[in-house]
Write a protein of this length. Structure first.
Length: 326
């Protein structure tokens, strides 16, 4: 943890105030250095009061994602979020991770961007990423999985996100196979899993996640208003703390990544099926030029969707666009 992250943790642990002397001792730096760090934190938007009786006190937080702040909130994790970096703007956070992956960076690094100029969905589709209104981030993973098993990671991400959203907002999201979370039938989360692999071995996986958090209706273009919403709109309340949500998501992802790496996909799959809007529904699936219609029956061992077609065959779907039929 960086010094700033430690200071923020200490301030949060002592809402009534913590003395400069105590902080200096804890961090093994001078009181003047503590004072200088407080000044830096104020400059990035933290409201920190200082007084002779209470020392330093945190009274307001910025609506910006700051790596030190996220690290301080998150604390220790096994893999996900060991290293967090925040960009003001990127093309796509998946591109940034791709470069880090090629440079040999360890798994677990997370890149957030306050906005993306070329945020993308699957099949070259666009992902809108307005400034500071959502969480637009990617994670580098290097799992010991075969390429066809990486759907497990998308499935695990969906349940991790679902739990985090429930904890922070109280909202219950439905999962739509494989990469969407919906509230009231509208999309609030999209997941883009990109992988680099040899024939039978994954080199790395990039998990790209977009969460619509604080947009108002006007911030969605007309063509998306029927299809998408934000957590704030769905909750019908005020602004949601993106930093709190981000850290809760990373904590839950770390937990589920450990489950996948520990060979516990069946527990993940059970939770997924319980929260899934797709199972038991009539669906149509577009896979490239192929189109099938049928009933989604269950999830296979590797995360594939099993669909009983109109003709009675069981089809394994590992990619494609699923539409829920009425
Ligand atoms: C996805 O694709 O849902 C995956 C989206 C992944 C976005 C994250 S953000 C961080 C990381 N960096 C990136 O560049 N990407 C990842 P797909 O299933 O293809 O859905 C794309 C479709 O969702 C678009 O064609 C629109 O209809 C709709 N869409 C676009 N922006 C949206 C938004 N902000 N919220 C909800 N729906 C959106």
């Amino acid at each position: 943890m960086t010094t700033d992250a430690k200071i923020l943790s200490a301030l949060r642990a002592h809402p009534d105030g913590v003395s400069g002397a105590q902080l200096a001792e804890q961090l093994a730096i001078s009181r003047a250095a503590v004072w200088a760090r407080m000044d830096e934190l104020r400059q990035v938007g933290f409201a920190i009061e200082a007084g002779p009786h209470f020392g330093y006190r945190l009274v307001g937080e910025p609506d910006a994602l700051l790596a030190d702040d996220l690290l301080a909130r998150l604390g220790e994790t096994k893999v996900v979020g060991r290293d967090i970096r925040v960009f003001e703007e990127t093309t796509s956070t998946n591109d940034v991770i791709e470069k880090l992956a090629r440079d040999g960076v360890k798994e677990g690094v997370v890149i957030f961007a306050e906005s993306q100029t070329k945020g993308r969905g699957r099949l070259g589709r666009k992902w809108l990423s307005p400034v500071r209104q959502g969480l637009w981030f990617s994670i580098l993973l290097r799992p010991e999985l075969r390429p066809q098993e990486t759907t497990q990671l998308t499935v695990a991400s969906a349940i991790a996100l679902r739990r985090a959203i429930k904890t922070v907002t109280g909202l219950t999201a439905e999962i739509k196979w494989p990469n969407d979370l919906l509230i009231g039938g509208k999309k609030v989360v999209g997941i883009l899993t990109e992988l680099s692999a040899e024939v039978d071995r994954v080199r790395h996986v990039i998990l790209g996640i977009g969460v619509d958090v604080n947009q108002g209706v006007a911030e969605f273009p007309a063509e998306l208003r029927k299809l998408a919403t934000s957590l704030k709109l769905a909750a019908g309340g005020g602004e949601i703390s993106r930093a709190e949500l981000a850290t809760e998501i990373l904590r839950e992802l770390d937990f589920d990544y450990a489950r996948i790496c520990g060979g516990k996909f069946s527990a993940v799959a059970d939770e997924w099926e319980a929260g899934c809007a797709t199972i038991g529904r009539n669906v149509s699936v577009q896979m490239g030029v192929r189109f099938i219609r049928g009933r989604a029956e269950s999830l296979d061992d590797d995360g594939a969707l099993l669909v009983r077609t109109e003709h009675g065959h069981l089809e394994r779907i590992i990619g494609g666009d699923v539409t829920l039929e009425k």
